[in-house]
Design a protein around this ligand. Structure first.
Ligand code: GCO
Ligand code: MG
Length: 402
C-alpha cells in the first residue's frame, strides 16, 4: 500500500478544527486531528509545506518509521506546532491500518482492557449557588465524575466560566480577551465551594477541579491541603508546568491527587514527574503530543510508576482525537478517566462518529479504524474564523498564566 495524496480541511462549525486526510492507492483513507487552539493555521502550514510532500509514496503501515522520520528527521524536535502536525499524521496512519485490517484501532493497541470509559464533565457556574445547580443537572445526566469551576467573589472573570446562560468555550473570535486574577481571593473561596458540593451531594461523586496553571508551588500546596477534607479526585494544573521540580514541593505537603499535562508535547515534559511519582494522572492528549505512537510508550512508562491517564478532552480537540483517545483508553491497563466536554451538535454532524455517551461512561463502537469520518460538503460551509484563547493579568496589571 502507498500514500498517494494528503489534504487538509480547516473548518469552523462553531469553532475551528484542522483535519488531515491521508489517501492511499487502495482506496482507503485515514483521518487525523491537527487542531491547536488559537494557532490552527501554524499547524496547517507546517503540515502543508513540510510534511505532506514527504509523505507521498510511503507505506502507511510503517507507522513507527514515519513517526521517527518527522520527529528525528526534522532536526527541530518537540514543540506544540510540530507535535500536533506529527500527531495528525500518526492518527491517520492508525486509522488506515485499522481499516485495512478490518479491525478497530483498540485491537491494534493490545485489545480491550475494558468495555466502558469513565468520563468527567464540567459544571461551571457564575457563583457558588449557580455551580451547585449545574452540578445537579450533570448528576441527572448520569455523570459519576464532575469538575467544578465557579465565578469567584471579587474577581470579574475567571477560567472555565461563561456568562450566565452561555455555553463555555475557551477561545473566542477576534483578538484575545483579557481576564483578571487574584490568587488570594481564589484560595480563600475554593474550599467553600468544595464543602458546599459535598454537603449537598454527598461523598459518592468524583469531584475534580482545574487550577489552570495559576498558583505557585507553595500556594498549590495550601490549595491541596485545604481540599483534603473534601477528597478531590484530582487538582489539575496547580502550577505552571515548565518546572518539573515544582511538583515535589506540592507532593511533600498534600495527599490531594495531582493531574497535569494537557499542554505537554513530549515524554521529556513528564519523565521526572512519572519516574519520581510526583503526579497521579497524566493529561497529555493524542493531538498535542505526537499521536498514539509516542503516547503508548509514555503510558507504558507511567504504568510502572502507578500514574494513570486522564486525557484532555475539551471541545478544542476534534471528534477524531476523542475517538483516538477512546480506542487508547479501551486498550491500556492504566486508564484513569477521560475528560468529556461535549461538542456542539453541529460538530458531531460534521464529524460523524462511532462513539457515544451513556450514564457517565463513553462507549467506542467496533467500526474498523478510528470510526470517525468528515462530511466534506458540510465542513466547507463553515470556513475558518480567527479565534484566540484569553490572556490573563493580575489585579495590578501584571501578565499572568491564563
Ligand atoms: C481543560 C482545559 C481546557 C483548556 C483549553 C485550551 O482542562 O479542559 O484546561 O479548557 O483551557 O483546552 O484550549
Ligand atoms: Mg485543564
Amino acid at each position: 500500500m502507498k500514500i498517494t495524496e494528503a489534504k487538509l480541511v480547516v473548518c469552523s462549525p462553531t469553532r475551528n478544527f484542522v483535519t488531515l486526510i491521508i489517501y492511499t492507492d487502495q482506496g482507503i483513507y485515514g483521518l487525523g486531528d491537527a487542531t491547536l487552539n488559537g494557532r490552527e493555521l501554524a499547524v496547517a502550514t507546517y503540515l502543508e509545506e513540510y510534511c505532506i510532500p514527504c509523505l507521498i509514496g510511503r507505506n502507511p503501515f510503517d507507522i513507527e518509521d514515519i513517526w521517527q522520520y518527522f520527529y528525528k528527521g526534522a532536526y527541530w524536535k518537540r514543540g506544540p506546532v510540530t507535535m500536533s502536525a506529527i500527531a495528525a499524521i500518526d492518527m491517520a496512519l492508525w486509522d488506515i491500518k485499522g481499516k485495512a485490517l478490518n479491525t478497530p484501532v483498540y485491537n491494534l493497541l493490545g485489545g480491550k482492557s475494558r468495555d466502558q470509559i469513565m468520563v468527567y464533565c464540567h459544571a461551571n457556574g457564575t457563583d457558588l449557588s449557580h455551580t451547585l445547580e449545574v452540578v445537579h443537572e450533570h448528576l441527572e445526566m448520569g455523570y459519576k465524575a464532575i469538575r467544578v469551576q465557579s465565578g469567584i467573589p471579587g474577581i470579574a472573570s475567571t477560567y472555565g466560566v461563561a456568562a450566565k446562560g452561555e455555553k463555555y468555550e475557551p477561545a473566542t473570535r477576534g483578538l484575545p480577551h483579557e481576564s483578571s486574577w487574584s490568587t488570594e481571593k481564589y484560595l480563600n473561596f475554593m474550599p467553600n465551594l468544595f464543602s458546599a458540593v459535598r454537603n449537598k451531594y454527598g461523598d459518592n461523586l468524583h469531584l475534580l477541579h482545574d487550577c489552570h496553571h495559576r498558583l505557585t508551588p507553595i500556594e498549590a500546596a495550601r490549595f491541596g491541603k485545604d481540599a483534603e477534607p473534601f477528597h478531590l479526585f484530582w487538582m489539575e494544573d496547580p502550577v505552571s508546568e515548565e518546572l518539573q521540580e515544582s511538583f515535589r514541593l506540592i507532593r511533600n505537603h498534600t495527599t490531594t491527587p495531582i493531574a497535569v499535562g494537557e499542554i505537554f508535547n513530549s515524554v521529556f515534559d513528564c519523565n521526572r514527574l512519572i519516574t519520581e511519582q510526583l503526579i497521579d494522572y497524566l493529561r497529555m492528549t493524542i493531538v498535542h503530543s505526537g499521536g498514539i505512537t509516542p503516547l503508548q510508550k509514555i503510558a507504558h512508562l507511567a504504568e510502572v510508576y502507578n500514574v494513570r491517564t486522564g486525557f484532555h478532552g475539551a471541545t478544542d480537540l476534534s471528534p477524531v482525537t476523542m475517538a483516538a483517545a477512546l480506542h487508547f483508553n479501551t486498550a491500556i491497563h492504566n486508564f484513569g478517566i477521560q475528560e468529556h466536554m461535549p461538542h456542539d451538535p453541529l460538530v458531531d454532524e460534521v464529524f460523524p462518529h462511532d462513539y457515544h455517551f451513556n450514564d457517565g461512561f463513553m462507549f467506542i463502537g467496533d467500526k474498523p479504524g478510528l470510526g470517525v469520518d468528515l462530511d466534506l460538503d458540510l465542513a466547507s460551509k463553515y470556513p475558518y474564523q480567527r479565534a484566540f484563547l484569553p490572556v490573563n493579568r493580575r489585579e495590578d496589571g501584571t501578565m499572568w498564566n491564563w
